[in-house]
Write a protein that binds this ligand. Structure first.
Ligand code: NOJ
Length: 755
């Protein structure tokens, strides 16, 4: 025994020496070269092989294990058992740990106290900003400004990477057509084309040109797949959908994010047609790895392997791990199931070491690409942290993004922008001087105490105006006690700004609702104020489409501002006073009634399309089919007119292209931006096609009186779909092109596709 131990120690020392040498060699040649990614990939492949060859099974499983850091009154801490695990090489990554000093302290543990010194990967939910908080993703997508979405991800990455983070659990690209689902706020809305562009831009922003760049983060596209289609909008609920729907609507944003270079993917909590995503071989092996050739790593969502027990597809922890590993899941988040069971599963021959090697290689590849083997502490730099976090440029970018995310829903008689001659303004409502909710859900390390409230923004913008504040009521209480003070404030003013909405926690994870009207007695407050006869501007702050029919019918001006983040109050004041002319367009349909859900613009026509004069057509008895606000809708302080569409030809060959042109004119009195949207409809096909689908858009700026020609090139690519036999391609025949400022009010023209 003693002899064995001595040999073991000698062997171990040999391993360590060998490893130190290996790490030295790896480091010396390890600089990632973005200009030559292929050479670099080969090189990384060799490094991974040499590292795998000296790792024990336990150390390998460690790389497949992710645990959380926690917070208490004294700050961040790691549970003692995780500290032991790190030191024993049984943990490969940590999430919810950030800060240059704290991450360095944890990294030292991994590097100095484990046998092989493999650095930890630090992950975190940097969803819409790290310290500087940008609008919630649904809000940002309303800007339809892809460059800005890329830029805010870049800024978020700079701040987060300066605080020791390597990896963000973003972007979330789950299509959501159900406003009851609280997580609708975390994604880009209902349309596959728009969300694909958003997702790709986010990946590009987070990851930059090279993961090895010190200012970038590895992206994690989530939640694969179809999480947004949870039955009845209830979070975590089952999803049952056709392969056609999956591939046409729910998968394209993931493909786009992966094509943009996303190096990791997170599993969804839901089951898809009975198979939980976390054990879904079809999703992770067949589609992700085989069809899409994804070579990054896959992480579960929080405790999702354990949840296979509750789904009822695994009998115990070992069975759950076996299913997940075989489905292609590389890292278990938080449940520790891989850690507890994989070694025995290998011993029992239920999984192979080759399967484990594959998973570990996927993880190590990203660690190499991040440069962690060159310098494990390169992201944990207190000086850089001080310089990058919430620097003035970041705040400016946040304000710009926030203004661009605002959607003007109504503006009767040009009530907005507010005339600077109005000297007495009542600012009323639970969101009017609200700071806590402005940064929305999943606001990472954002500090809500640093946000600017609407009232503060207004006072800064107009120091000489008398703003009379009254809360009126709280967000979801039933108290009307504040109504009389609010009415008095309105009576003393010439204009009312009424800020209404949801608390930040009412959307996001585990925040589904069956009632999506304004919570509490906020609408009653609006009704009371309306009786004063004063003109009212409603400013909404919320994370999902709301049913606001009464406001739409009675309040002359309505601004949808979502949760705009750190600079919310400044950005709203910019828009209210016309320093910025609103240009946002809804990325999601606003229903009139929760009973219309799911409701989205690109539905199929049915065999009995709506006809008001015919009972037996597709409609409700008690409400119209039309939503309150359609997808793509949003007003400006100016007005735009669209000419008829001109096509460069009426026939398109599958190998050719045609141009659809339209002239857009600014016919109002303000400079303004317009999102010119292109939709296409395939009139006859082997499967019923959506009534129209977004296929392009351009955001243009026009001075008053100015006109611009906007040209879209249409090729076979825009016409392809999953045909009756599920092959992907177009079918010859007639198509309609629609161009306009939203998905309903459009010009149209027709062409024929020929082979
Ligand atoms: C659960 C959420 O579903 C996921 O989006 C998030 O990234 C993880 N928790 C980690 O916080």
């Amino acid at each position: 025994m003693e002899f064995f131990m001595t040999i073991k120690q000698i062997l171990l020392t040999g391993f360590v020496l060998l490893m130190s040498f290996a790490l030295l060699v790896i480091s010396a040649s390890g600089e990632y070269n973005p200009d030559n990614p292929e050479r670099d990939q080969d090189d990384i492949g060799q490094k991974i092989d040499s590292l795998l060859s000296i790792m024990t099974l336990d150390e390998k499983i460690g790389q497949m294990t992710l645990y959380t850091s926690d917070m208490d009154q004294t700050g961040a801490f790691l549970r003692p058992e995780y500290i032991d695990d790190i030191k024993a090489g049984r943990v490969g990554s940590i999430f919810n740990a950030y800060g240059a000093e704290y991450t360095r302290y944890l990294q030292e543990m991994a590097v100095n106290e484990t046998r092989l010194g493999i650095p930890l990967l630090f992950g975190y939910d940097v969803i819409h900003g790290h310290r500087t908080i940008f609008p919630v993703p649904l809000g940002e997508t309303a800007s339809w400004d892809i460059d800005m979405m890329r830029l805010t991800a870049e800024v978020a990455a700079r701040e987060a990477a300066a605080e020791g983070l390597h990896w963000t659990f973003a972007p979330m690209v789950d299509i959501a057509r159900d406003a009851r689902w609280g997580r609708i706020v975390e994604g880009g809305g209902e349309d596959a084309y728009l969300v694909s562009l958003m997702g790709a831009a986010k990946v590009e922003g987070f990851q930059g040109n090279s993961l090895n760049d010190l200012h970038t983060l590895a992206a994690c596209v989530k939640h694969f797949a179809a999480y947004g289609a949870a039955q009845a909008g209830r979070d975590y609920h089952s999803v049952d959908m056709s392969d056609r729907m999956l591939r046409e609507v729910y998968l394209p944003p993931f493909k786009a994010a992966i094509d943009a270079g996303a190096v990791s993917v997170m599993t969804a909590f839901n089951d898809l047609n009975g198979i939980p995503a976390t054990s879904n071989t079809y999703l992770f092996q067949d589609i992700l790895r085989d069809e899409w050739e994804f070579d990054g790593f896959v992480v579960t969502d929080y405790t999702a392997i354990m949840e296979l027990l509750y789904h009822g597809v695994a009998s115990d922890a070992s069975h759950a791990s076996e299913l997940a590993l075989k489905a292609g899941i590389d890292i278990s988040m938080q449940d520790g199931f891989y850690h507890q069971t994989l070694a025995d599963l290998v011993d029992d021959g239920r999984v192979t070491e080759a399967q484990i090697n594959q998973a570990v290689a996927n993880v190590l590849r990203v660690k190499f690409r991040l440069g962690l083997f060159d310098d494990p502490y390169r992201y944990s730099d207190p000086e850089r942290e001080k310089a990058e976090v919430m620097k003035p440029e970041n705040i400016e970018i946040a304000r710009d993004m926030a203004r661009k995310s605002i959607v003007l829903l109504k503006n009767e008689d040009q009530l907005l922008p507010i005339s600077s001659s109005i000297r007495n303004i009542a600012v009323i409502g639970p969101m009017a001087d609200n700071r806590r909710d402005l940064i929305g859900s999943w606001s990472a390390a954002g500090d809500w105490t640093k946000s600017v409230t609407l009232l503060e923004g207004l006072k800064k913008r107009m120091p000489d105006v008398n703003f009379i504040y009254a809360e009126g009521t709280d967000i979801d209480g039933n108290s009307r006690e504040g109504f009389s003070a609010a009415v008095a404030a309105a009576n003393n003013a010439d204009l009312v700004i009424l800020a209404l909405g949801e608390a930040y926690w009412m959307s996001g994870e585990a925040a589904s609702k069956v009632d999506i009207s304004l919570p509490g007695v906020q609408e009653d407050l609006a009704k009371e104020l309306n009786k004063t006869g004063k003109p009212i501007v409603a400013v909404l702050m919320n994370g999902r489409p709301l049913t606001i029919n009464w406001l739409d019918e009675n309040i002359p001006a309505i601004l949808e501002t979502w949760f705009l983040g750190t600079t919310a109050g400044d950005a709203i004041a910019d828009v209210l006073y016309g320093d910025y002319n609103p240009s946002g367009k809804l990325p999601v349909t606003f229903p009139r009634h929760v009973g219309q859900i799911p409701i989205f613009y690109n539905m199929r026509n049915t065999g009995r399309p709506f006809d008001a004069d015919s009972k037996y057509t597709s409609k409700y008895l008690d409400i119209e089919n039309e939503p309150l606000y359609v997808f793509g809708y949003g007003l400006s302080y100016t007005t735009f007119e669209y000419s008829p569409i001109t096509l460069s030809g009426n026939e398109l060959r599958t190998d050719g292209s045609i141009e659809a042109s339209i002239t857009v004119s600014n016919t109002g009195g303000y400079e303004g931006e317009e999102v010119v949207q292109l939709y296409i409809h395939d009139k006859v096909a082997s499967v019923a096609r959506p009534v129209r689908e977004l296929k392009g858009f351009q955001k243009i700026n026009l001075m008053p009186g100015e006109s611009k020609d906007v040209v879209f090139t249409i090729t076979n690519d825009e016409l392809a779909f999953y045909r009756a036999d599920m092959s992907f391609g177009s079918e010859p025949g007639k198509f309609t092109v629609y161009i306009g400022g939203n998905s309903r009010d459009t010009q149209s023209a027709e062409f024929v596709l020929t082979e």
